[in-house]
Design a binder for this molecule. Structure first.
Ligand code: F0G
Length: 456
């Protein structure tokens, strides 16, 4: 069969409240033209994030009842730890309440003021956790990532020449670790090739520097390697995951993505001394080392989800449904980042709305238009998110003006995706009418979450 179906049936449904255009115009104005400030109930299709928004399976819900809530050494902990060990291949597993807690623990033990941490592209919490230690987070995306329209297979790759030059110039005294993010969320959700991961690890190790993977979307990345990388088609997803991590000294993970959990994360290492230091820190703020801020039932849900996400039928459906939206939009002439990545559709607001200058926030204007048109909630990744420098109190255009439509896992069906395509196309057709915005109020840090806007 040519038709790729959702490989699940629906046992429990959540109603979507439908709104009128007039209601949405009023609601978004009341929210200061910032979709973060809408009530979720006022959103028809919520594509704000794929994080913590997955639908759990019947097996996951069943496993919740098995949750052992003993404070220390619960059965759920051992099931969780053994699953992570089996899939990821690391000896030491430290549970955390979500990905950024793993980042905070890792970087507070490894990064000293002035030290540099390179990454293909740091996610914003990764960057913030490095910077809060006084470190310098450096992005080294590959050249192909700069053009949203080049359909190169691995636009998430790291620029290896730039990494080699950085390692040569600064060495292990100044670079406590090298990190690579799979898939590269902040650069269009694009995958990283196995060859690139292995070469980056080899380069780091040749300079005596540890190598880490931000593994949030490890299964989607592995699947895209299987589809796109020469020589990998016959490897199983599990084998690819093991190879992605085989040369790594550790990883951070948000179980809110590729573990189908609504909360959770972990930190892994092969180093017993570092693992002990991590557990010592964990006890201070997260919890005892066998639960790390999670309930026993959360550990169960993650253990089941990590196995389920490796199902090739699921991964084929997941990447096909994202690719379907990207290809249809491209065929309609809508500027969209290509090729499709693993978890989101990225609209190119700069190309779509050239009449809106960067400091009038074309990405934000597009988000507002999508909500008004059809109740779709996406997120701006552009000058609102990255354009303000709190140290100099000044603003400058960001590199990209994108709108991310992140697709929650196993939540929406093909007809929801068709609705999204129709809505984006309708907004595209009236793009010349869309106006720029100005900021009315905003905090100094992470302003995109709470800023209020008005029309220019
Ligand atoms: N690393 C990457 C690549 C991420 O995308 C995220 C979260 C994190 C780390 C932090 O994990 O949320 O569990 O603390 N990304 C979400 C998003 C929030 O919408 O892309 P967390």
């Amino acid at each position: 069969m040519q038709t790729i179906i959702e490989p699940f049936r629906i046992k429990s449904v959540e109603p979507i409240r439908l709104t009128t255009r007039a209601e949405r115009d009023q609601l978004i104005a009341e929210a200061g033209f910032n979709p973060f400030k809408l009530r979720a109930d006022d959103v028809t299709i919520d594509l704000l994030t794929d994080s913590g928004t997955s639908a759990m399976s019947a097996n996951q819900w069943g496993a919740l009842m098995r949750g052992d809530e003993s404070y220390a050494g619960a059965k759920s902990w051992y099931r969780f730890r053994d699953t992570v060990r089996e899939i990821f291949g690391f000896e030491h597993v430290v549970p955390t309440h979500q990905g950024r807690a793993a980042e905070r623990i890792l970087f507070s033990l490894t990064v000293k003021p002035g030290q540099i941490v390179p990454n293909n592209t740091h996610f914003d919490t990764t960057r913030a956790n490095i910077e809060s230690q006084g470190g310098v987070a450096v992005d080294l995306p590959c050249a192909a990532s700069a053009d949203p329209n080049t359909p190169a297979p691995f636009k998430g790759d790291m620029d290896l020449d730039a990494l080699a030059a950085l390692l040569e110039a600064h060495g292990p005294a100044q670079i406590p670790l090298v990190m690579i993010t799979v898939t590269n969320n902040s650069a269009g959700g694009q995958p990283v090739s196995l060859a690139n991961i292995e070469a980056a690890a080899d380069l780091a190790h040749a300079h005596g520097v540890p190598f880490y993977v931000d593994a949030c979307r490890f299964a989607e990345n592995a699947w895209l390697i299987k589809q796109r990388e020469p020589g990998c088609a016959d490897l199983s997803v599990r084998e690819i995951v093991r190879r992605m991590l085989a040369k790594a000294d550790g990883c951070t993970m948000s179980a809110k993505k590729d573990a189908f959990a609504n909360i959770g994360g972990f930190l892994c290492t092969r180093d017993p001394v570092l693992a002990q230091q991590e557990r010592d820190l964990l006890i201070l703020t997260e919890g005892y080392p066998t639960y790390g801020g999670l309930a026993g039932r959360d550990l169960e849900a993650i253990a089941v989800g990590l196995q389920e996400v490796l199902d090739p039928d699921y991964l084929a459906y997941r990447t096909t449904s994202i690719g379907y939206v990207v290809d249809r939009l491209h065929a309609l002439g809508v500027p969209v980042v290509r090729p499709a990545g693993g978890h989101a559709i990225y609209l190119d607001a700069k190309a779509m709305l050239p009449h809106i200058e960067p400091l009038a926030y074309p990405g934000q204007a597009l988000c507002v238009a999508l909500y008004q048109e059809a109740g779709i909630r996406g997120v701006e990744i552009g000058t609102v998110m990255f354009g303000y420098d709190p140290h100099t109190d000044s603003e400058r255009p960001a590199k990209w003006e994108l709108v991310r439509l992140a697709v929650p896992r196993r939540v929406y069906t093909q007809s929801h995706m068709d609705y999204v395509i129709e809505a984006v196309n309708a907004v595209y057709a009236r793009r010349h009418e869309i106006r720029g915005l100005k900021i009315v109020s905003a905090p100094k840090f992470l302003r995109h979450f709470t800023a209020a806007f008005d029309w220019r």
